[in-house]
Design a protein around this ligand. Structure first.
Ligand SMILES: NC(=O)c1ccc[n+]([C@@H]2O[C@H](COP(=O)([O-])OP(=O)(O)OC[C@H]3O[C@@H](n4cnc5c(N)ncnc54)[C@H](OP(=O)(O)O)[C@@H]3O)[C@@H](O)[C@H]2O)c1
Length: 286
């Protein structure tokens, strides 16, 4: 898998697979089996970056799966890149050193590759960010960041820790939401954008979009491959999720074609600031 080098020199896979979908429904045992199937299949097929969160309640399941893959020699710890996040409930406890230890134990890991605050929770995120920086300096995590930020949050963080800005911000970013002001400040400060809901959740309006379908025909690719390639060419790191093996393979098979500049512009022109995950629901007072 191609790598992107973060500001601190850490290499991050150019495509990440999300795991929130694995815990949607079903019994604990069935979920563990599903998780094992999906993650093992992904690893066997060259996916090495995975995204979770304390709020997905699946760190322990993931820990079992990765532990098994490492013990069986299918992968080495250093070859995979694991992201997890501190949820809002844990942010309210204001004890980031305890929170990282809980995640490390559940995931059965000695270190986390990327550790994020899940939301810039008002009244909490600044003080917690200072602690996240201390956890980073302790070596328990290789890179740090914050999800769901706007430019105002980056400016607030810069006032507090001007020498240690997030290495990564994880935000909803796809052709229908390109947040140009956020993009500009991240480019200026060398903050890597990681794009969640990279395929805009494949909602019906996305599947039916004329531009995406025309470009899919033109390049003999699917519309998800067009969106994934659009991310790769502009240097954002897409996170997709899928429980379907055909879709998983399709979403990483995007390194054998190039979208022409004029077509990239057509894709950027789809921006309508569409947001699938409203901040008001997930982060009171945002
Ligand atoms: N930081 C945050 O607040 C936050 C918020 C949301 C998400 N995330 C992260 O981002 C990850 C991905 O987000 P998401 O699930 O919202 O976005 P997504 O990947 O854009 O959408 C997932 C949906 O797309 C479908 N899909 C995937 N590949 C496809 C393909 N090739 N063809 C047709 N359908 C396809 C999947 O169905 P199938 O299973 O049928 O393929 C699933 O229904 C999450 O798992 C999580 O790790 C983070």
């Amino acid at each position: 898998m191609k790598k992107i080098v973060l500001r601190n020199g850490v290499e991050m896979p150019a495509i990440i697979m999300g795991t929130s979908i694995c815990d949607r429904k079903g019994s604990r045992k069935r979920l563990l089996n599903k998780m094992a199937d999906v993650v093992s299949f992904a690893v066997q097929n060259g996916i090495v970056g995975f995204d979770t969160s304390r709020d997905y309640s699946n760190e322990a399941n993931l820990g079992k799966v990765f532990g098994g893959l490492i013990r069986s020699g299918s992968i080495k710890r250093e070859d995979i890149f694991i992201t997890t996040k501190v949820g809002n409930g844990q942010q309210r406890e204001k004890n980031m050193f305890q929170q990282i230890d809980i995640s490390l134990k559940a995931l059965k890991l000695d270190y986390i590759d990327l550790w994020l605050l899940h939301w810039p929770l008002p009244d909490y995120y600044i003080d917690n960010w200072k602690q996240v920086c201390d956890v980073y300096k302790s070596g328990k995590v290789r890179a740090i960041g914050i999800a769901n930020t706007r430019e105002r949050h980056i400016k607030e963080i810069e006032k507090i820790t001007p020498d240690l800005l997030p290495h990564v911000v994880q935000i909803e970013y796809h052709p229908f939401r390109t947040v140009p002001a956020m993009r500009a400040i991240c480019d200026e400060k060398k903050i890597q954008i990681e794009a969640y809901s990279a395929n805009c959740v494949m909602l019906p309006f996305v599947r039916e979009n004329d531009v995406l379908n025309r470009l899919a025909d033109k390049y003999s690719k699917t519309i998800t491959q067009i969106m994934m390639r659009w991310h790769i060419q502009q240097g954002t790191i897409p996170i997709f999720s899928s429980l379907n093996q055909k879709h998983i393979l399709e979403n990483i098979d995007v390194f054998d074609f190039t979208i022409e500049d004029d077509d990239m512009k057509l894709l950027f022109a789809l921006n309508c600031d569409y947001k699938f995950h409203p901040e008001s629901l997930n982060c009171p007072g945002y």
